[in-house]
Design a protein around this ligand. Sequence first.
Ligand SMILES: Nc1ncnc2c1ncn2[C@@H]1O[C@H](COP(=O)(O)OP(=O)(O)O)[C@@H](O)[C@H]1O
Ligand SMILES: [Mg+2]
Length: 226
Amino acid sequence: MSDTPLIRLDDVSKVYHLESGDFIALDHVSLEIKENEFIAIMGPSGSGKSTMMNQLGILDVPTSGKMYIDGRDVSAMTALERTHMRRDIIGYIFQKFYLIPLLTAYENVEYPLILKYKKRDTSGKAADVLKSVGFDSDMSAHRPNQLSGGQQQRVAVARALVNEPKILLCDEPTGNLDRKTGLQIMDLLVGLHSEGKTVILVTHDQKIAEYAHRTIELEDGRIVKS
Ligand SMILES: Nc1ncnc2c1ncn2[C@@H]1O[C@H](COP(=O)(O)OP(=O)(O)O)[C@@H](O)[C@H]1O
Ligand SMILES: [Mg+2]
């Protein structure tokens, strides 16, 4: 682990230009996240949590300010460089799973490998990560609609892991799950954190936030506690 922060936001703002005028979704946010932190992002609805995750995940670019990830100035990258960085160091887990319905669990997890290497996976990596979330080969042949919510989220976690990202961004990962199943997903995230991943989690749920080692609170696009 080095002293250089894994992620650094330097005076980042995100402004949406609407017909009714400019809307400031992130308002001069500065923040450092170190490698292997476990962070919860909390705040009322509309406070900018998803906007913040979209910047951290390089799914969007700030209107102003600078962002560095893994020592590189993301604001100065080309779109292709950003795509590669996203693919190689970030795994995403969403409330709604976003699995591809027509693909089996195995094929969903294999998909990022196909995008990266332009061929079917022969390394066994897709099967390995599925195994690590409790899926055997029979289960891996099921399509999402044949799986429970908790099982679908496990597949989504496996898919997020298959390219061996340093950072896991989780936007309300337990939001669609019952309490017991949600806690099982949290146990998976705790295990991944202890293996060295940096975990950043948006949640409304205080009990879920307690898994994190630091909580960042947003209000009206500003950090009010970190
Ligand atoms: N693409 C967009 N265009 C315009 N306004 C947006 C867009 N995305 C989010 N917003 C606005 O920015 C604010 C923050 O949104 P968001 O980051 O989704 O909040 P949260 O995730 O905390 O609920 C909200 O008021 C929302 O309406
Ligand atoms: Mg949101």
